[in-house]
Design a protein around this ligand. Structure first.
Ligand code: NDP
Length: 308
């Protein structure tokens, strides 16, 4: 019985150590070493190998090493094999840090001051406190909820938007298409933490930006394809949005000639808002293997119909 890991090698080496200590009965392989393909029961990958059904006939579980599964072609993974995404405390902690940093940067006009410094302009802007600022998070899943709790504790007036309707103390909760307009109308700093699905692709568009108040800031931490990039540039250039903080882009790395690189109202980071941490993610996978063995529900099981 073996576990095949196909992703970042340093994390793989750490998983190998932890598996050896905690699950010595499982033969652990790091791609491209696969051992006997018939022995492979479990696969963890960012991008699964081609033809996994044919190559690994006894596969029982597929793990995404990331929080999302948008990079998987789910149609190539046989229906009977559960697909599990990454839910682990390290990934959550990293996202809470980054989202808090980004919201505070937006709240305290950090981008304006960076531009002013380059121009040697000493010009204070009015200071508002967090309790007068309305923040909205698209997506109230594992990451969105953790971010909302931290921002609420900072004193921001927080709201979240989900598909099915969530509830969280001290957070105004909106759900579905019918609530989206009201959610946007009250949101001055918007954070996107949605999964990328057929329903959410291109959601950060002109139509959505129009519903935000004048001067709003947009922060995209989900996936690049949530955003219609030309619509963002237009909203920034028409001064409807005052700034954008982007951790993800449609094409990564961002092409050298892309206007985001030099746009004075855009702050960019190279998809580092959060990363799967070696130790805590190995624990999460080992826990799911135990659950699988014992017939218990898996944590982070992907609903193929919803796409997340
Ligand atoms: P979850 O699956 O736990 O949560 C997804 C949330 O989005 C849920 O609240 C869900 O609603 C909501 N949602 C999904 N589709 C819709 C829709 N059509 N309309 C309204 N709401 C919708 O995901 P996570 O919180 O774990 O992760 C979110 C995403 O963050 C990941 O998919 C990934 O793309 C991104 N990410 C980015 C990273 C980075 O470094 N930039 C790192 C890690 C993740 P409901 O509650 O009703 O199901």
């Amino acid at each position: 019985m073996s576990f095949l890991y196909k992703s970042e090698p340093v994390r793989g080496a750490r998983w190998a150590e932890l598996f050896a200590a905690r699950a010595p009965e499982i033969d652990f392989h790091i791609w491209p070493s696969i051992g006997d393909p018939e022995q492979v029961r479990y696969l963890a990958a960012w991008q699964p190998p081609e033809n996994i059904a044919e190559t690994f006939p006894n596969l029982e579980l597929v793990f995404s090493v990331g929080a999302g599964v948008d990079q998987f072609d789910l149609s190539r993974i046989p229906e009977h094999i559960p697909v599990v995404r990454m839910i682990e405390s390290g990934l959550v902690a990293g996202m809470v840090e980054y989202a808090t940093l980004a919201v505070l940067a937006a709240h305290r006009d950090w981008l304006t001051y960076a531009n002013q410094q380059r121009e040697r302009i000493w010009k204070p802007l009015p200071v508002r406190t967090a309790n007068t600022r309305r923040v909205g998070v698209l997506g109230m899943g594992t990451l969105g909820k953790a971010v909302l709790v931290k921002l609420r504790d900072f004193g921001f007036q927080c709201a979240g938007w989900s598909r099915s309707g969530q509830s969280l103390p001290g957070i105004e909760c909106f759900a579905g298409e019918q609530d989206l307009g009201d959610f946007l109308a009250r949101t001055e700093i918007l954070v996107c933490l949605l999964p990328l699905t057929d329903e959410t692709r291109g959601i950060l568009s002109q139509q959505l930006f129009r519903q935000l108040p004048q001067g709003a800031v947009m922060i995209n931490l989900g996936r690049g394809d949530h955003l219609v990039e030309a619509d963002l540039l237009d909203a920034l250039d028409r001064h409807h949005l005052s700034a954008a903080i982007l951790d993800v882009c449609s094409v990564e790395p961002l092409p050298q000639e892309h206007p985001f690189w030099t746009h004075p109202k855009v702050m960019l980071t190279p998809h580092i808002a959060s990363m799967t941490q070696p130790d805590t993610s190995a624990e999460a996978v080992l826990d799911n293997l135990r659950r699988h063995r014992e017939g218990l529900p898996l944590v982070g099981l992907v609903d193929r119909a919803r796409g997340y």
